[in-house]
Every structure is written in structure tokens, then in C-alpha cells.
Ligand binder design. Structure first.
Ligand code: HEC
Length: 285
């Protein structure tokens, strides 16, 4: 058995060095073939876009998507039930199209909820999990891992659809207004608001272009890209975690998972993104 492993290892190594030998000349020839007569300078954004395009071929988000799909139909929790009757806004069990209409108003909870907070509600009501306990759990641990996987799959089921958040209910309109105020609310040690980094053309931090989120930033950008797999730390990030990290960048205290403020920011960005095509789950630097 050991011998076999060794042999496979050696074969893989040989194949890898062969592949390397084959690609090296091609790679060194590529810039010559690709450079036009009068080269237009490549922006950092172009470089990152190329990098992402190369990575998108094997987006590890696929693994989380498959896990989420499995979790949906697995009997789990104190009630040993599946999530198949979960109502994500389009009726019990309807998953396709739900993502591009969230956050929205839910009569049973009397709340505007985003995808993740709604999933946790279903985990509580259908499966008997403790929603407050899940909200307190750190990202990347315990049931939070499953919430992220479920969100990844639900989002993937709406891939290619256009955002169309409902704004008919007064609470949905209120959520938008709260989100807008929070987005422009300045404070903290650096007097930052979300708009300081996401409200003007041409802003960039390190190699990262910052999309303008006060309007539709375009297909698959901003709200329309998350959950996303982040190559930089090898993790799958939901929108709740994305926002959590932006609160950190803003030098604000961390918001509570699924809090009214985070959902309101989602409503604000989601409504602004109306008409944008979802590419979630995307892959990010
Ligand atoms: C100090 C600057 C800064 C502030 C303030 C900030 N962000 Fe960000 N934001 C970033 C950076 C940098 C990224 C890209 C991070 C990455 O890809 O690693 C980002 C990414 C995002 C994205 C994903 C964009 C995309 O296309 O993938 C969203 C959505 C977002 N921020 C929302 C917010 C919200 C809402 C707030 C306010 C609560 C906020 N940000 C405050 C710097 C900031």
C-alpha cells in the first residue's frame, strides 16, 4: 500500500514537472503575442479582473454549494427535520429566484430579513435549532458554517437572475431608509462612513477597486456577488461576514449577526442594484 502511494506520488510529480515544462515556453511567449502595437496601460483593476477570470474556472464555492444543497434535504437538529418547507419569500420550498428578492418582509417573524437571517429562522422553526445561539456563534464555526453553505447554494440557484427586491411593504421601505442613513453615517476614529470608501468614482484600497454602492454598480458587482469565495484567506464569505469585515475597516464596532442594521444595509444595496445580474457565489481576491 505504501509502495502504491509512493508510486502515485512519483507519477503525479512527473506529470507536474512535465506540465511545467510544457507551459513554460508558452507562458514566456504569451506577453509577446498579447501585447498590441500601442500598448494601453493596464490598470490594477484589469489585472485583478484577469486574475479572477483565471480563478473562476475552478471556483471552490462549488464545494460549499454542493454542501448547502445536501444540508437542505438532510434531517437535522432537535426536530430531525429537513429545510425543504422553508419559506424564503416565494412560498415554502421555493428556492429559485428567492435570493434576488432578499431582504424582504416576512409576516411570520414580522421582520425584514436577509437570506442568512431567514435561513436561521427556518433552522429554528423547522429543525429546532436555537437561532440566538447561532447568531452568537463566530463565522466559520459550528452551525455558522452550515448557514454559509446553505446561503451559497440558495444564491447559486438564482445565478443569472436580476435583482428585484420588493419595496411594497412599508417595513421594506423603512429598511431601505435605515440602510441609506447607516451607509452615510460617519463616525469612529477615522470619521468614515460606508460612503467614504464606496460612494465615489475611482476609489481603491491596495489592489482592490471599490465599487460605488449608492447606485447599481453593474452585473455581478457588490451586492450581486456575495456569498463569495475569498482566495486571500481561503474562506467562503456570506454577505453578513462581508459587512462585518467592512464595519471593521470602518473602525466601527462589529454588528450582531442578522441585526436590523446589517439587513437594512442589504436592503439599501439590494434595491440600488435592481436590474443587476447575480453571479453569486463569486470568487474574490
Ligand atoms: C475603509 C474603507 C471601507 C469602508 C469604510 C467600507 N468598506 Fe466595504 N470594502 C472595502 C474594501 C477594501 C473592499 C474589498 C475587500 C476585498 O475584496 O478584500 C470592500 C468590499 C465591500 C463589498 C463587496 C464589493 C464587491 O464588489 O465585492 C461590499 C458590498 C461592501 N464593501 C459594503 C460596505 C458597507 C455596507 C460599508 C459600511 C458599513 C463598507 N463597505 C465600508 C473597504 C471599505
Amino acid at each position: 500500500m505504501n509502495k502504491k502511494t509512493l508510486w502515485i506520488g512519483a507519477a503525479a510529480l512527473a506529470a507536474a514537472s512535465l506540465a511545467a515544462a510544457q507551459t513554460t515556453p508558452a507562458a514566456s511567449a504569451a506577453p509577446v503575442a498579447a501585447s498590441p502595437a500601442t500598448p494601453t496601460p493596464k490598470t490594477a483593476g484589469d489585472g485583478i479582473a484577469e486574475y479572477r477570470a483565471m480563478l473562476a474556472d475552478g471556483n471552490p464555492a462549488d464545494l460549499f454549494e454542493a454542501k448547502g444543497e445536501g444540508l437542505w434535504t438532510t434531517r437535522r437538529g432537535p426536530k430531525a427535520a429537513t429545510l425543504e418547507k422553508c419559506d424564503l419569500g416565494k412560498g415554502p420550498g421555493v428556492v429559485k429566484g428567492a435570493f434576488v428578492e432578499l431582504p424582504r418582509w416576512f409576516a411570520d417573524t414580522q421582520k425584514v430579513q436577509d437570506l442568512e437571517s431567514r435561513l436561521v429562522t427556518c433552522m429554528q422553526t423547522l429543525q429546532g435549532f436555537d437561532a440566538a445561539e447561532i447568531a452568537k456563534t463566530r463565522f466559520g464555526q459550528g452551525e455558522q458554517v452550515n448557514v454559509t453553505a446553505l446561503a451559497t447554494w440558495v444564491a447559486a440557484e438564482s445565478r443569472g437572475l436580476r435583482f428585484n427586491l420588493p419595496q411594497g411593504h412599508p417595513e421594506e421601505q423603512r429598511s431601505y431608509e435605515i440602510g441609506k442613513r447607516v451607509f452615510f453615517f460617519r463616525g469612529g476614529t477615522h470619521d468614515f462612513s460606508c460612503a467614504s470608501c464606496h460612494g465615489e468614482e475611482g476609489k481603491r484600497i491596495r489592489l482592490q477597486d471599490l465599487p460605488i454602492l449608492t447606485r447599481n454598480p453593474g452585473d455581478g458587482v457588490g451586492f450581486a456577488a456575495w456569498p463569495a469565495y475569498r482566495v486571500s484567506n481561503g474562506e467562503m464569505w456570506s454577505m453578513q461576514l462581508r459587512l462585518n469585515d467592512c464595519f471593521r475597516q470602518q473602525r466601527f464596532p462589529f454588528p450582531t449577526f442578522g441585526s436590523e442594521i446589517t439587513v437594512a444595509l442589504g436592503t439599501y444595496m439590494g434595491v440600488n442594484a435592481r436590474g443587476a445580474q447575480s453571479v453569486a457565489p463569486a470568487i474574490k481576491r
